[in-house]
Write a protein that binds this ligand. Structure first.
Ligand code: NI
Length: 161
């Protein structure tokens, strides 16, 4: 396993649409392992393959709730319901946080790490994470959806200010 370089800010790969995964080959398994390790390294709740520069429809999510890592390959949103206003950030925008609107409930179909078809329902934080990560697969970013006036830019600490 390895930590991969996270693409940030205006890196154009973040705006590209990711491609369907056709088979779970060794290269893809290594990618998924690396995505999980990279997400954990930076304490992220989720990571999409595009964020490490690979345009494959893969996302990993960990809500650190004891339920473990969720790996979704070719996830498709089947239904969404309600809305929630949430505080959000993204590993590709490490200094930016803002309020945005996400669905309150979301139903997803995907393949899991064993290449089995799965159905998943997310509510609250999981719905937010699913919506955020699946947006990445379509080149959509949370900064597009910021509720006006809520953007916070965290300045990095420096000793030579
Ligand atoms: Ni993100």
């Amino acid at each position: 396993m390895a930590i991969r370089n996270i693409r940030e800010e205006d890196d154009e790969i973040l705006r590209k649409k990711s491609k369907e995964v056709l088979e779970l080959d060794e290269k893809t398994r290594i990618l998924i392992d690396d995505m999980v390790e990279t997400m954990h390294k930076y304490n992220g709740l989720g990571l999409a393959a595009a964020q490490v520069g690979v345009l494959k429809r893969i996302v990993v999510i960990d809500l650190y709730d004891g339920k473990g890592v969720i790996v979704l390959i070719n996830p498709v949103i089947k239904k969404q319901k309600g809305t929630q206003i949430v505080e959000e950030g993204c590993l590709s925008f490490p200094n930016k946080f803002a309020k945005i609107e996400r669905p309150e409930q979301i139903w997803v179909e995907a393949k899991n790490i064993n290449w089995e078809d799965i159905k998943l329902k997310g509510t609250g934080l999981l719905a937010q994470a699913l919506s955020h990560e699946i947006d990445h697969l379509n080149g959509e970013l949370f900064i597009d959806k910021i509720i006006p006036g809520t953007l916070e830019i965290i300045k990095e600490d420096t000793n030579n200010e």
